[in-house]
Design a binder for this molecule. Structure first.
Ligand code: TRP
Ligand code: SF4
Length: 398
């Protein structure tokens, strides 16, 4: 296990907006200084829902990677790569699919949600059902210890842990396994004694009935969580070592970047400022933002709490500017356009270095392709080693 290793991914959605920057990428940029980071363009993932519109994927990849680089993702510190160019993701996905119960995938909360939400599209596909498993493969193929994700992705990390556990119990075993198995055994209560006897009978004499009987006890027990059930299932057959370590979700504090209308910034709401939006458009967009509806005239006092502009002051303004807004708004001492100016200045200030960093990649797209090619090669080296172990464990070591 690589406790210091981070894997994170993003679907290629084209140019990113400031919500992506504040919600995700800014965090990546900080993490690359302290962790061994793998940042992945999840192009296979894009196909799980957009298989009917593949024309834009390539352009979206390059636009998105340029925005990563513009944000300060540094290819000398982090490994930046494209998922489908590292074939071991697909290979591990297939290998894991052999041991993944369908019910585990069907109960992932995003599964039914998304099918309902995107009801105009047929998502009754094998690929869509399996997409959390593909995500598990993304993580496990690097044996990443940590995965920075938002709240909504936590169930996917939980699934990843369950899959890893199941894989290890089928094909390997964790280090303090014996101890944990003993604890789990106690949870069987009255049945624990007969479970242990059946195990001994099976391990000593290879009695198939003993194995079946012990498995029945596991199935029947009400008291076991998934982890303990998997442990006891492994312990029952006395299996080997940990191959795929259990990663942990690294909850990034949900920096919900407000959009131009006060809702969360999101492309689907049409309320975004893109990372490299030109300054004239930024100015126009902010100046057109709705304000406290009570401020009809310049002379009407307002309440920042009811104004989306105030939310952007939380992101872009210092204490003294915010005090100026509070006082000026509630006394009608300042106009809304005055109030918006520091926000405009703040966004432009933030974007300035992004434009500068993006510049060489825009004029020489070859540079981006080289960065990705190097990242793919580095990622593949790691992924290949894992796959060798996985294949060996699964009896495919030839
Ligand atoms: N599932 C994520 C999304 O749809 C993207 C993703 C793919 C990912 N593989 C990952 C995120 C692995 C973290 C780790 O946005
Ligand atoms: Fe909003 Fe500022 Fe106008 Fe008050 S002065 S309503 S906070 S834009």
């Amino acid at each position: 296990m690589f406790a210091n290793r981070i894997l994170s991914g993003m679907r290629p959605t084209g140019s990113l907006h400031l919500g992506h920057y504040h919600g995700v990428i800014k965090n990546w940029v900080a993490l690359q200084n302290s962790h061994d980071c793998y940042f992945m363009v999840a192009d296979w993932h894009a196909l799980t829902t957009n298989y009917d519109a593949v024309g834009g994927i390539e352009a979206s990849i390059w636009d998105m990677v340029i925005d990563w680089l513009a944000s300060g993702v540094d290819p000398d510190k982090a490994t930046v790569f494209v998922q489908s160019k590292v074939p071991q993701h697909a290979e591990l996905h297939l290998a894991l699919s052999m041991v993944t119960p369908l019910s585990w995938l069907e109960r992932v909360p995003t599964y039914k949600d998304q099918i309902e939400k995107l009801s105009g599209k047929d998502l009754g596909t094998y690929g869509f059902l399996g997409y959390p498993l593909l995500q598990a493969a993304d993580i496990l193929v690097y044996k990443a210890g940590l995965v920075p994700v938002g709240e909504d992705q936590v169930p996917h990390i939980e699934l990843t842990r369950e899959i890893a556990r199941r894989f290890n119990n089928l094909f390997g075993r964790e280090p303090n396994f014996e101890e944990l198995a003993r604890v789990a055994l106690k949870k069987l209560g009255k049945a624990s004694k007969s479970f242990e006897q059946l195990r001994t009978a099976y391990l000593q004499d290879g009695q198939a009935e003993a194995l079946a009987g012990a498995r029945e006890i596991l199935l029947a027990s009400q008291n076991l969580g998934v982890a303990d059930r998997e442990r006891l299932a492994g312990w029952l057959e006395n299996k080997g070592k940990t191959i795929l370590p259990e990663s942990e979700a690294m909850l990034t504090e949900a920096a919900k970047m407000p959009g131009l209308d006060g809702q969360k910034m999101s492309k689907s709401y049409g309320n975004t400022i893109t990372m490299r939006e030109d300054p004239a458009t930024v100015t126009k967009k902010v100046r057109a933002m709705p304000t406290d509806p009570a401020r009809v005239r310049r002379t009407d006092p307002g309440d920042p709490a009811k104004c989306p502009v105030w939310q952007l002051h939380q992101v872009y303004s210092d204490d003294s500017t915010r005090a100026w807004v509070q006082a000026g708004c509630s006394s009608a001492g300042i106009g809304c356009l005055d109030c918006k100016q520091p926000v405009i200045d703040g966004v432009l200030r933030e974007q300035q270095p992004m434009f500068e960093r993006a510049e060489p990649y825009l004029t020489q797209p070859k540079l981006v392709r080289e960065i990705i090619a190097a990242g793919n090669a580095k990622a593949e080296q790691v992924a290949r080693t894992t796959m060798q172990e996985v294949r060996a464990a699964m009896g495919l070591g030839y």
